[in-house]
Design a binder for this molecule. Structure first.
Ligand SMILES: *Cc1c(COP(=O)(O)O)cnc(C)c1O
Length: 402
């Protein structure tokens, strides 16, 4: 098995369907109209592009929709996560616990803000942070538990909120629960609340990057929280510290806010279309016995940012790559490993977490396979993709192991 998953060749050229959709949330005439209106509105030297009411309006609508007291917009999910962690003023040795099977962004942010990243195993079914393994690594130095709603499978935060309450830090009290909801915007939690609601963790970070479930012209982010001090501090951090403390410019633009406002109104409709498409695919592949299909969580709880499949244990690594190549070369179907274990896929994280190993995460990541899924793939194309997955899997099953 290649040691660094990033070195695996991406056979993107000549694919009929790309390795992943470049676009998540899609636009209608309403987004186009909103953009034109902002253009016209900003073409006045007195007002220009100051975000003002647009940004505040988008934040207000977002907070109301998610059931949060505050929402603070940022220019990306990455900077938003960085600033949430900055608020904790992590001292050397302060620990932040997070699942090893993750996007690299939140892990780099922990390291960037001076924390010690403590990696944990995923739950084998949902691939979300495992509560039992989290309890194992909780210590007097734990400042935060960072839960990522993995690939749209909305996690149950209760166990983590309970763990935090049961293991108070000697100086700061209970560790905070920070939620990475970049892939789960609009999700409903097992408690029946929206992802990002006040009851669902101390701070929730969203991304509106191009591939995400809703997008603000390709980049953007948001934090929801019920903590007035965090909300106030985040507002200062994104605008040069309010002339009193450190800060920089991390504002969402006026046009992005205007489009985000429209996307928010269409979020459930877009998510529903995605869920329907994912359920169709799960049904279509139900009898392919080699493949473990995404968990059948209640449709409202799994948003299927990815439709992630798991190949058999014996196929982990090399034969999984073979299957990906067959899909690409013979059928023109792109697929992606979303995502490799962060410490194997990123040098800085590997260096920082030297000595930490998550064998279950490594094993699951070596079995992961996410063929391209998007609600706007036509029904005919979707049928062809399902057929390709079926044929390529059968062909890999027939190939004797090397
Ligand atoms: C996209 C993503 C981010 C980062 O968001 P950006 O807006 O691209 O900076 C963080 N975490 C996860 C899980 C993501 O998918």
């Amino acid at each position: 098995m290649p040691t660094n998953p990033l070195t695996v060749p991406q056979r993107a050229a000549g694919l009929r369907w790309p390795v992943e959709p470049g676009q998540g949330g899609w636009y209608t005439s309403a987004e186009h109209t909103a953009t034109q209106k902002v253009m016209a509105d900003s073409d006045d030297w007195r007002t220009g592009w100051k975000p003002g009411a647009y940004c505040a309006g988008f934040e207000g609508a977002f907070a109301a929709r998610m059931g949060a007291r505050y929402a603070v917009a940022f220019n990306s999910g990455g900077t938003a996560m960085e600033m949430v962690l900055r608020h904790l003023r992590l001292a050397p040795g302060d620990e932040v616990i997070s699942c090893a099977l993750n996007f690299v962004g939140p892990h780099i942010a922990v390291i960037g803000q001076g924390g010690r990243l403590v990696l944990t195993e995923p739950d084998p079914v949902t691939l979300n942070l495992d509560a039992t393994d989290t309890e194992r690594v909780m210590s007097q130095r734990t400042r935060a538990i960072l839960v990522t709603h993995w690939n749209g499978a909305v996690a149950d935060l209760r166990p983590f909120l309970d763990l935090a309450a049961a293991h108070p830090h000697p100086v700061y009290g209970p560790p905070v629960v920070i939620v990475d909801a970049a892939r789960a915007c609009g999700g409903i939690t097992p408690a029946g609340a929206r992802v990002g609601a006040d009851s669902e963790g101390w701070a929730t970070v969203f991304s509106f990057e191009s591939k995400k479930l809703m997008t603000t012209l390709g980049q953007g982010g948001m934090v929801t929280t019920s903590d007035p001090q965090l909300a106030e501090h985040l507002r200062l951090l994104r605008t040069y510290g309010g002339r009193a403390q450190w800060g920089t410019n991390q504002m969402l633009s006026k046009a992005q806010a205007a489009v985000g406002w429209v996307q928010l109104a269409r979020l459930d409709e877009m998510n529903d279309a995605r869920i329907d498409r994912a359920h169709e695919r799960t049904r279509a592949l139900a009898d392919v016995e080699e493949l473990t299909l995404p968990p059948t969580l209640d449709g409202r709880r799994h948003l299927y940012y990815r439709h992630n499949l798991l190949v058999p244990e014996q196929w982990a690594g090399e034969r999984r790559y073979e299957l990906m190549n067959t899909l690409a070369d013979r059928h023109g179907v792109g697929s992606i490993i979303s995502d490799p274990v962060t410490y194997l896929g990123h040098g800085l994280i590997r260096e920082h977490t030297r000595g930490q190993h998550c064998p279950r995460a490594e094993q699951l990541a070596a079995r992961l396979l996410c063929p391209v899924l998007h609600p706007r793939i036509s029904a005919e194309d979707e049928a062809a993709i399902c057929d390709a997955i079926r044929q390529a899997t059968a062909s890999t099953a027939r190939t004797p192991a090397a």
